[in-house]
Write a protein that binds this ligand. Structure first.
Ligand code: NDP
Length: 329
């Protein structure tokens, strides 16, 4: 039995409370692998869980954190041994299983990826689920045949965690990127990540009854949904694809079939959560090698458990750019 600190969310009649509590490894659910977490990160889903908002966590009190990277303490699985450095993202981690905002997690071996050669624990969590999801989007666009020579790619919610890594990955691969952002002061940040053009979110937000708009983008990577996604779909070139992964604006979007049947547009759904671990491992390996980003440190701010509550507030106030790393060191 080992005592450790964890960020603790309790549901109250008028909302939620946050504290840092001492827990014991005996309190953790059964699982094959006990991991001492070195780093976690803050994702949009963690913010929803920390505010007790519906759709993520059913049972409180709870420790969120859908991301964790650290070292194996003990394992009953032949696949992992004490001292192995590992990454655990997705599945039920941080949803109803205590997550990476605690210094220890205990999980099934099938949720874990060995830390790939070429990536440090800290770097893996600067990427975290958000960066990993950006990579899934780019991979799926390329599987649909997208290539830099097709023309500009629009990235929405561009200063967000998914958006920032998406801009950097696409730029590294040679794409011309138009970044859409609601943050007027972040143009230089987005250009430093590799965006060629930055447009205001409002340019894409206006609802239009027209079934199609002038073609402006070869492909898209959408993290926000709603009318922005509708307008991206209506603005894609013939044969264009949009990878969709998020819903910060709205889970709903409105379109007719016309972009699909007249322009051959493709909508590509992205899920990082239930993706089988062997596929997760393949994408992590890519992020550690040919897709390794030099700009990882530039897109992350580092906090400790005490800073999580404020970081959650900043997410809902639209004040965070890039990635927020949670260090347990
Ligand atoms: P962040 O909170 O880091 O970023 C979201 C960004 O969206 C903001 O930075 C902002 O960017 C933009 N934004 C915020 N509010 C609005 C709004 N009301 N309307 C339009 N744009 C807005 O979130 P993440 O990048 O971590 O996640 C983005 C989405 O992707 C979330 O919905 C998340 O749940 C989802 N997701 C899905 C995954 C999957 O497996 N499918 C995995 C990971 C995330 P800006 O100011 O630049 O416009």
């Amino acid at each position: 039995m080992t005592a450790f600190n964890a960020f603790w969310v309790e549901k109250t009649d008028d909302g939620f409370t946050h504290s840092i509590v001492e827990r014991s490894t005996d309190d953790l659910p059964e699982g094959e692998v006990l991991i001492k977490v070195a780093y976690s990160s803050i994702n949009y889903k963690d913010a929803l869980s920390a505010r007790c908002l519906p759709g993520i966590t059913r049972k409180y009190p709870h420790t969120p954190g859908i991301d964790a990277a650290g070292s194996v303490v003990s394992s009953s699985s032949p696949d992992f041994k004490e001292g192995d450095e590992v990454i655990c993202i997705g599945f039920d981690l941080g949803m109803n299983t205590p997550g990476g905002f605690g210094e220890y997690i205990q999980v099934p071996a099938g949720w874990i990826t060995p830390l790939p050669v070429g990536l440090k624990l800290r770097e893996s969590m600067v990427l975290g689920t958000a960066g990993f999801t950006a990579a899934l989007c780019v991979e799926k666009l390329e599987r649909m045949g997208a290539a830099p020579s097709d023309g500009p790619v629009i990235v929405t919610g561009a200063t967000g965690g998914v958006g920032s890594v998406a801009v950097a990955l696409l730029a590294r691969a040679g794409y011309e990127i138009t970044a859409s952002s609601g943050k007027a002061g972040k143009t230089e940040y987005l250009k430093s990540l590799g965006a060629a053009n930055v447009i205001g979110r409002d340019e894409l937000q206006e609802e239009s009854s027209r079934p199609m708009l002038a073609t402006s983008y070869a492909h898209g990577l959408d993290t926000v949904g709603g009318s922005i996604l509708s307008n991206v779909i209506k603005s894609l070139n013939y044969g264009g694809s949009v990878a969709i992964c998020g819903l910060v604006a709205s889970p709903a979007f409105q379109t007719t079939v016309l972009p699909f049947i007249l322009r051959g547009v493709n909508v590509l759904g992205i899920d990082s959560v239930e993706l089988p671990v062997d596929q997760k491992t393949a994408t992590w390996n890519r992020l550690a090698s040919d897709w390794k980003l030099d700009s990882l440190d530039d897109m992350a701010q580092e906090i400790h458990l005490e800073g999580i509550s404020e970081a959650v507030d900043q997410i809902f106030a639209g004040q965070i750019s890039g990635r927020t790393l949670v260090s347990h060191n």
